[in-house]
Design a binder for this molecule. Structure first.
Ligand code: HEM
Length: 234
């Protein structure tokens, strides 16, 4: 991950957890969660809005980055679904069900990572839109019927549950609990993955990457690759 991608990910991480904590504490003020935090209603209120402003700002920047920077445009191209993804789904199923001894060979992003990215983008747009409706109810009620507010509140709440589950169950499996990366995939911090990870999880990209200089290759497991470098080499 490049420096810009890591900065965007870090702001997303911090604002998302702040929103989830303050949001559920707002919804369940009598819960252990709200008690644990020990915040007053006013702090939860303000905290949710400050974190929402950060998320909306980083989301807006991300859209600009995807449209205008070369690195961002490359990222969009690499995230677009292709026919190869369908073949990868088939290969993954065959391998998981023991119908094939050949593990699936993904490119820069696997079909699961692509799905996760587009779900995140869509989910953030939905949370942002419904959250702004809840933030400015009087303004919205001037232009839309009252039931739009009820729908926005329901969507905001159920999408919040879905988003938290997606992060804790899905994302955390891939970046923490997967035995290949446990205790943590550090790429969000230093932008690098191990040679072993690249080879096992992104084999097609690994094969396309330029070989590192031979003197830098004492032990395959220790060698790290800049994903930026490998992308540039494709
Ligand atoms: C940019 C995005 C967001 C905006 C603008 C936003 C805004 C809001 C607003 C204005 C409220 C009403 C708060 C109050 O009563 O004081 C609210 C409630 C809530 N938000 Fe958000 N929010 C956003 C993102 C999120 C995210 C990412 C989560 C969780 C993952 C979340 C979870 C919640 C929950 C659980 C509630 C309580 C819902 C209810 O009372 O039924 N929000 N949000």
């Amino acid at each position: 991950m490049s420096r810009s991608q890591r900065a965007q990910h870090m702001l997303l991480l911090v604002s998302f957890f702040a929103l989830a904590l303050t949001g559920f504490a707002l919804k369940y003020p009598e819960s252990w969660l709200a008690g644990l935090l020990g915040w007053s209603e006013a702090v939860r209120h303000l905290g949710h809005r400050i974190a929402a402003t950060v998320l909306l700002a980083v989301g807006g920047f991300h859209l600009w980055y995807m449209a205008r920077s070369g690195e961002g445009r490359q990222l969009v191209r690499d995230f677009l679904p292709t026919w190869q993804d369908l073949q990868d789904v088939r290969d993954t199923m065959r391998y998981s069900l023991n119908r094939s001894s050949k593990p699936p060979r993904y490119g820069r992003f696997s079909y699961a990572e692509k799905l996760e990215y587009w779900s995140l983008l869509w989910g953030t747009l939905l949370m942002g839109a419904t959250g702004l409706v809840l933030w400015f109810p009087v303004l919205i009620a001037k232009v839309l019927p009252r039931w739009w507010l009820d729908i926005a509140a329901a969507l905001h709440f159920y999408e919040a549950i879905l988003a938290v589950l997606a992060i804790f169950v899905w994302h955390f499996y891939f970046v923490i609990f997967d035995p290949d990366v446990y205790p943590l995939n550090w790429s969000f911090w230093d932008g690098k993955v191990t040679e072993h990870y690249l080879h096992t999880h992104h084999a097609r990209m690994h094969d396309a990457a330029p070989a590192p200089p031979s003197e830098a290759l004492p032990a395959a497991e220790d060698v790290t690759h800049h994903t930026e470098e490998t992308t540039a080499g494709r």
